[in-house]
Design a protein. Structure first.
Length: 203
Protein backbone atom coordinates (compact mmCIF):
# COMPACT_ATOMS: atom_id res chain seq x y z
CA UNK A 1 0.00 0.00 0.00
CA UNK A 2 2.94 2.32 0.67
CA UNK A 3 5.06 1.22 -2.30
CA UNK A 4 3.00 2.93 -5.02
CA UNK A 5 2.83 6.22 -3.12
CA UNK A 6 6.56 6.21 -2.32
CA UNK A 7 7.41 5.71 -6.01
CA UNK A 8 5.62 8.96 -6.92
CA UNK A 9 8.10 11.05 -4.92
CA UNK A 10 11.27 12.79 -6.09
CA UNK A 11 14.41 10.64 -5.91
CA UNK A 12 16.00 11.84 -2.66
CA UNK A 13 12.75 11.95 -0.70
CA UNK A 14 11.61 8.67 -2.25
CA UNK A 15 14.77 6.90 -1.09
CA UNK A 16 14.60 8.41 2.41
CA UNK A 17 10.95 7.45 2.95
CA UNK A 18 11.49 3.97 1.50
CA UNK A 19 14.36 3.37 3.94
CA UNK A 20 12.34 4.89 6.79
CA UNK A 21 9.53 2.43 6.00
CA UNK A 22 11.90 -0.56 5.84
CA UNK A 23 13.63 0.35 9.11
CA UNK A 24 10.29 0.64 10.94
CA UNK A 25 9.00 -2.51 9.23
CA UNK A 26 12.04 -4.36 10.58
CA UNK A 27 11.53 -2.88 14.04
CA UNK A 28 7.89 -3.98 13.93
CA UNK A 29 8.95 -7.48 12.86
CA UNK A 30 11.05 -7.82 16.01
CA UNK A 31 8.17 -6.55 18.16
CA UNK A 32 5.64 -8.91 16.55
CA UNK A 33 7.71 -12.11 16.70
CA UNK A 34 6.30 -13.99 19.69
CA UNK A 35 9.08 -16.59 19.52
CA UNK A 36 11.68 -14.07 20.74
CA UNK A 37 12.17 -14.10 24.51
CA UNK A 38 11.45 -10.79 26.24
CA UNK A 39 14.99 -10.57 27.62
CA UNK A 40 16.30 -10.78 24.03
CA UNK A 41 13.63 -8.66 22.35
CA UNK A 42 13.69 -5.61 24.64
CA UNK A 43 17.43 -4.81 24.21
CA UNK A 44 17.11 -5.16 20.42
CA UNK A 45 14.18 -2.75 20.33
CA UNK A 46 16.01 -0.28 22.57
CA UNK A 47 19.18 -0.37 20.45
CA UNK A 48 17.62 -0.58 16.99
CA UNK A 49 18.44 3.05 16.19
CA UNK A 50 22.12 2.13 16.62
CA UNK A 51 21.92 -1.02 14.50
CA UNK A 52 20.88 0.98 11.44
CA UNK A 53 24.42 2.45 11.36
CA UNK A 54 25.98 -1.03 11.28
CA UNK A 55 26.30 -2.51 7.78
CA UNK A 56 26.91 -5.96 9.25
CA UNK A 57 23.94 -6.17 11.63
CA UNK A 58 21.05 -8.55 11.02
CA UNK A 59 18.78 -10.64 13.22
CA UNK A 60 16.92 -13.80 12.25
CA UNK A 61 13.21 -13.45 13.00
CA UNK A 62 9.87 -13.01 11.30
CA UNK A 63 8.32 -15.05 8.50
CA UNK A 64 8.04 -14.85 4.71
CA UNK A 65 9.05 -11.46 3.30
CA UNK A 66 9.73 -10.10 6.79
CA UNK A 67 12.29 -12.85 7.39
CA UNK A 68 14.00 -11.86 4.13
CA UNK A 69 14.05 -8.23 5.29
CA UNK A 70 15.69 -9.19 8.60
CA UNK A 71 18.18 -11.60 7.01
CA UNK A 72 19.17 -9.00 4.40
CA UNK A 73 18.99 -5.96 6.67
CA UNK A 74 22.55 -4.97 5.75
CA UNK A 75 21.15 -3.69 2.44
CA UNK A 76 18.86 -1.33 4.36
CA UNK A 77 21.74 -0.13 6.55
CA UNK A 78 23.96 0.44 3.52
CA UNK A 79 21.26 2.52 1.82
CA UNK A 80 20.58 4.41 5.07
CA UNK A 81 24.25 5.38 5.36
CA UNK A 82 24.12 6.90 1.88
CA UNK A 83 21.31 9.32 2.82
CA UNK A 84 21.90 12.99 3.58
CA UNK A 85 22.57 13.63 7.26
CA UNK A 86 19.24 15.41 7.79
CA UNK A 87 17.35 12.31 6.66
CA UNK A 88 19.53 10.05 8.81
CA UNK A 89 18.88 12.14 11.92
CA UNK A 90 15.12 12.09 11.37
CA UNK A 91 15.05 8.31 10.88
CA UNK A 92 17.35 7.67 13.85
CA UNK A 93 15.26 9.86 16.17
CA UNK A 94 11.95 8.22 15.31
CA UNK A 95 13.45 4.72 15.42
CA UNK A 96 14.91 5.39 18.87
CA UNK A 97 11.60 6.72 20.24
CA UNK A 98 9.51 3.98 18.66
CA UNK A 99 11.85 1.21 19.83
CA UNK A 100 11.76 2.51 23.39
CA UNK A 101 7.96 2.72 23.31
CA UNK A 102 7.62 -0.79 21.91
CA UNK A 103 9.98 -2.10 24.60
CA UNK A 104 7.87 -0.42 27.27
CA UNK A 105 4.72 -2.17 26.07
CA UNK A 106 6.42 -5.56 25.75
CA UNK A 107 6.49 -5.45 29.55
CA UNK A 108 3.15 -3.66 30.03
CA UNK A 109 -0.40 -4.50 28.97
CA UNK A 110 -2.72 -1.94 27.37
CA UNK A 111 -5.26 -1.54 30.17
CA UNK A 112 -6.55 2.04 29.93
CA UNK A 113 -7.49 4.47 27.18
CA UNK A 114 -4.39 6.48 28.11
CA UNK A 115 -2.28 3.34 27.57
CA UNK A 116 -4.02 2.85 24.22
CA UNK A 117 -3.24 6.41 23.12
CA UNK A 118 0.37 6.09 24.29
CA UNK A 119 0.96 2.78 22.51
CA UNK A 120 -0.64 4.07 19.29
CA UNK A 121 1.55 7.17 19.53
CA UNK A 122 4.69 5.05 19.66
CA UNK A 123 3.81 2.71 16.80
CA UNK A 124 1.87 5.05 14.49
CA UNK A 125 1.86 8.67 15.65
CA UNK A 126 5.65 8.70 15.42
CA UNK A 127 5.40 7.58 11.79
CA UNK A 128 3.52 10.78 11.00
CA UNK A 129 6.05 12.84 12.94
CA UNK A 130 8.88 11.12 11.09
CA UNK A 131 7.34 11.79 7.69
CA UNK A 132 6.98 15.47 8.59
CA UNK A 133 10.66 15.52 9.60
CA UNK A 134 11.70 13.92 6.31
CA UNK A 135 9.64 16.30 4.17
CA UNK A 136 11.11 19.19 6.17
CA UNK A 137 14.65 17.85 5.73
CA UNK A 138 14.06 17.72 1.97
CA UNK A 139 13.37 21.46 1.94
CA UNK A 140 10.03 20.88 0.23
CA UNK A 141 7.72 21.42 3.21
CA UNK A 142 7.51 23.26 6.51
CA UNK A 143 7.22 21.11 9.63
CA UNK A 144 3.64 20.03 10.20
CA UNK A 145 2.02 20.34 13.61
CA UNK A 146 3.10 17.46 15.87
CA UNK A 147 -0.47 17.18 17.16
CA UNK A 148 -1.86 16.84 13.63
CA UNK A 149 0.72 14.22 12.60
CA UNK A 150 0.17 12.27 15.81
CA UNK A 151 -3.64 12.33 15.66
CA UNK A 152 -3.66 10.99 12.10
CA UNK A 153 -1.36 8.14 13.16
CA UNK A 154 -3.57 7.30 16.15
CA UNK A 155 -6.67 7.26 13.96
CA UNK A 156 -5.11 4.83 11.47
CA UNK A 157 -3.64 2.56 14.16
CA UNK A 158 -6.87 2.34 16.16
CA UNK A 159 -8.77 1.54 12.95
CA UNK A 160 -6.32 -1.30 12.24
CA UNK A 161 -6.56 -2.68 15.80
CA UNK A 162 -10.36 -2.82 15.62
CA UNK A 163 -10.38 -4.16 12.04
CA UNK A 164 -7.89 -6.94 12.83
CA UNK A 165 -9.55 -8.00 16.11
CA UNK A 166 -10.82 -11.39 14.93
CA UNK A 167 -7.62 -12.30 13.07
CA UNK A 168 -5.50 -11.37 16.09
CA UNK A 169 -7.68 -13.13 18.66
CA UNK A 170 -7.61 -16.38 16.63
CA UNK A 171 -3.89 -16.27 15.88
CA UNK A 172 -1.73 -19.20 17.02
CA UNK A 173 0.52 -18.67 18.85
CA UNK A 174 -1.71 -16.09 20.49
CA UNK A 175 -1.03 -12.52 19.45
CA UNK A 176 -0.76 -9.67 21.92
CA UNK A 177 -3.93 -7.58 22.03
CA UNK A 178 -3.93 -3.80 22.18
CA UNK A 179 -7.59 -2.97 22.67
CA UNK A 180 -7.77 -1.55 26.22
CA UNK A 181 -9.55 -3.38 29.02
CA UNK A 182 -11.10 -0.06 30.09
CA UNK A 183 -13.23 -0.20 26.92
CA UNK A 184 -14.02 -3.87 26.28
CA UNK A 185 -14.62 -4.83 29.93
CA UNK A 186 -17.81 -2.73 29.83
CA UNK A 187 -19.34 -5.33 27.52
CA UNK A 188 -17.71 -8.74 28.13
CA UNK A 189 -15.67 -10.50 30.80
CA UNK A 190 -12.95 -11.66 28.40
CA UNK A 191 -11.81 -9.93 25.23
CA UNK A 192 -12.18 -13.11 23.15
CA UNK A 193 -15.89 -13.24 24.06
CA UNK A 194 -16.54 -10.46 21.54
CA UNK A 195 -15.94 -12.89 18.68
CA UNK A 196 -19.11 -14.82 19.50
CA UNK A 197 -22.26 -13.87 17.63
CA UNK A 198 -24.35 -13.57 20.79
CA UNK A 199 -22.14 -10.65 21.84
CA UNK A 200 -22.23 -8.84 18.49
CA UNK A 201 -24.84 -6.29 19.56
CA UNK A 202 -22.86 -5.44 22.69
CA UNK A 203 -19.66 -5.22 20.65
Amino acid sequence: SFALVIQQLDTDLRDAICIFYLVLRALDTVEDDTSIATEVKVPILMAFHQHIYNREWHFACGTKEYKVLMDEFHHVSTAFLELARGYQEAIEDITMRMGAGMAKFICKEVETVDDYDEYCHYVAGLVGLGLSKLFHASGKEHMASDALSNSMGLFLQKTNIIRDYLEDINEIPKSRMFWPRQIWSKYVNKLEDLKYEENSVRG
